[in-house]
Design a protein around this ligand. Structure first.
Ligand code: AMP
Length: 306
């Protein structure tokens, strides 16, 4: 396994792999690796010849009062785990390498970046899309692997790739959970034992929504209320948001479009004259974010509407 800290060296190692016609898969991470990250690495291993993992705690996606400085870091442990998974290339640049003095260029996926976590964390997704665009430019991967755990991020990156024509296939990977259901997260390390128990309320709320939906409750507002009730019963948990949205555009799904057949509508693109088919979403993303103490956790489930 080769470890690079400079953009130039990482780029030439990646180009060498690609010159040899080897499919290159990239797994971007902020380190403090757990089984969720490793599931992405395994998917990359299966689908690509050369696997690259980036470890970079990206300061531009943290707000001024967020946990950038105390975010868990464990580079040697992370490298040990990646070596065992057969990773070929690790990219671990410094902040100065990624953002030299005078950096003023940002990549923003407008609209989507203000929804869900983007509403409570202004500028967060701008930081994410900027660093992902930079990583794509350095590594030039054929495939890039992202977790469904960060469902809004996944939707935004898919849109980034589409809108900027990055020649990268984005692969979404399922959420990996602890045996009791808590979604794995590097931030779980912040929780004390009592908070760790309280944190299960997020998963319980999602399970309740899923069960009510399968029993025939079709009103998103009723489902949201049921989930909120579960959260309110756990005194150590403060809800940030609980929303049911279209997983592609992150817009709330009105009840009237659930389960309806596609209907014709004029394209929303300005100047377009062709009618386009407005399809109600096939899936609904139930996304939750909540504070357990000062730790902000997120989780989600997808409901199949068809
Ligand atoms: P992070 O290090 O938190 O930036 O996460 C790096 C990648 O790992 C992102 O694509 C996350 O969505 C993904 N990831 C984090 N936690 C999980 C999990 N529990 N299951 C699956 N993927 C995850």
């Amino acid at each position: 396994m080769k470890i690079f800290k400079s953009i130039e060296e990482m780029r030439s190692a990646c180009r060498a792999a690609k010159r040899a016609d080897q499919r290159l898969g990239l797994v971007p991470t902020m380190g403090a690796l757990h089984e969720g990250h490793l599931s992405l690495v395994r998917a990359a291993r299966e689908q690509s010849k050369v696997v690259a993992v980036s470890i970079f705690v990206n300061p531009t996606q943290f707000g001024p009062n967020e946990d950038f400085s105390k975010y868990p870091r464990g580079f040697d442990r992370d490298c040990g785990l990646l070596e065992k998974e057969g990773v070929d290339l690790v990219f671990a640049p410094s902040v100065e390498e990624m953002y030299p003095d005078g950096t003023v260029t940002w990549v923003t996926v407008e609209g989507l970046s203000d929804k869900l976590c983007g509403r409570s964390r202004p500028g967060h997704f701008r930081g994410v899309t900027t660093v992902v665009a930079k990583l794509f430019n350095v590594v030039e991967p054929d495939l890039a692997f992202f977790g469904q755990k960060d469902a809004a991020q996944l939707a935004i990156i898919r849109r980034l790739v589409r809108d900027l024509n990055f020649p990268v296939k984005v692969v979404g990977c399922p959420i990996v959970r602890e045996p009791d259901g808590l979604a794995m997260s590097s931030r779980n390390a912040y929780l004390d034992p009592q908070q760790r128990r309280s944190a299960l309320a997020l998963h319980r709320a999602l399970l309740e929504i899923e069960e009510l939906f399968h029993r025939g409750e079709g009103n998103p507002q009723m489902l949201i209320c049921a989930g909120k009730r579960i959260i309110s019963q756990e005194s150590g948990v403060r809800l940030d948001y609980l929303e049911i949205v279209d997983p592609d555009n992150l817009e709330p799904i009105p009840q009237t479009t659930w389960g309806q057949p596609p209907k014709l509508a004029l394209s929303a693109v300005e100047g377009a004259v062709q009618p386009s088919v407005a399809r109600p979403p096939h899936n609904a993303l139930v996304a939750i974010a909540a504070f357990v103490g000062t730790t902000r956790l997120i989780d989600n489930v997808v409901l199949n509407l068809t």
